[in-house]
Write a protein of this length. Structure first.
Length: 95
């Protein structure tokens, strides 16, 4: 499992979660699985349409930092991804 690999590396991970139906349950289960293996979590990044209540709930209940949210990007290429990342995230959160 990737979670076991992350545990072996012992490096902080960024959990990436979609903002669609079911994301609260999936995200909290993933946070629990990572913590159960002793994996440090840098924070959670969301992808998709804004769901402020769900995103805040996951961050609060999961006890993780909410790093930001990327919209769905079309077309997806290096330039559009870099531009979206620069607007959606604070690079200092990743240092």
């Amino acid at each position: 499992l990737f979670a076991d690999l992350f545990a072996r590396w012992a490096a902080p991970v960024v959990l990436v979660a979609r903002t669609a139906l079911g994301t609260i349950n999936h995200s909290l289960l993933s946070i629990e699985a990572l913590r159960g293996r002793g994996v440090p979590i840098l924070g959670i990044a969301f992808v998709g349409d804004a769901q402020d209540d769900s995103e805040a709930t996951i961050a609060q209940i999961g006890g993780v930092k909410r790093l930001g949210r990327l919209p769905l990007i079309d077309p997806l290429d290096a330039a559009t991804l870099a531009a979206a990342f620069a607007t959606a995230f604070d690079l200092d959160d990743f240092r």
